[in-house]
Design a protein. Sequence first.
Length: 234
Amino acid sequence: MRPFVLALAAASLLAGCAVKEEQGYIVKKSLVIDVRSDAEMLEASKETAHVDDFGALTREPIYHNSKAMYSGQALNKHIGDYVQNMAQDLVSNMEYVSEETPIGVTHFALTDSDLNTTNLLGYQIAESFIHELHKFRIPVLDYKATNYIRVTETGDFILSRDFLELKHKVPMDYVLTGTMTKHQGGYLVNARVLGLETKAVVASAQMLVPFYIADALLPTNENRIDGVKLMQGE
């Protein structure tokens, strides 16, 4: 009689619960039974856990630098990957620019500023665009290059931001520039290529750079915020 009593009790328990199947689970009021196979559970766990070379599930490693300016999981993308996609969009709708029309690249300005303000993200976007345009065989001129190499105690340099050390005229036909707008999910970056004489837009691209990509850029100087040096007014 005992097996029959146990079976009857189990049947009454199941009958008294509201049963529905949702996303691989059977839900009975407060009772949840996972009906997924072992293979399905393993694939789901891989999304939140780190798998080593032998298939074992471990904690995802946390990285940090010596000054603890960054602490988090290893990134599998950086700002260059997003600039690469924008460069492809630019080239796909680019007009008039060719191998015989040199182009310059400026830093990207913050939209809600006087367009004379940028940050470390704006610096690096410009540097990455120089690389991407060169990959497309578009001639890029670096107007920050001087006519000499400065040998100093801190290193040897040829680039400068002192306009007195730079050429006043550079044979550029077009310039790549853009703006950045802080967004809830990151930075909305707008890139465009302009004709220096006509001011006509001959190419454009737009992309949202997530915050975790932008925040991964770290200023070298601790007295900087977003890569901009802090100046105290008088």
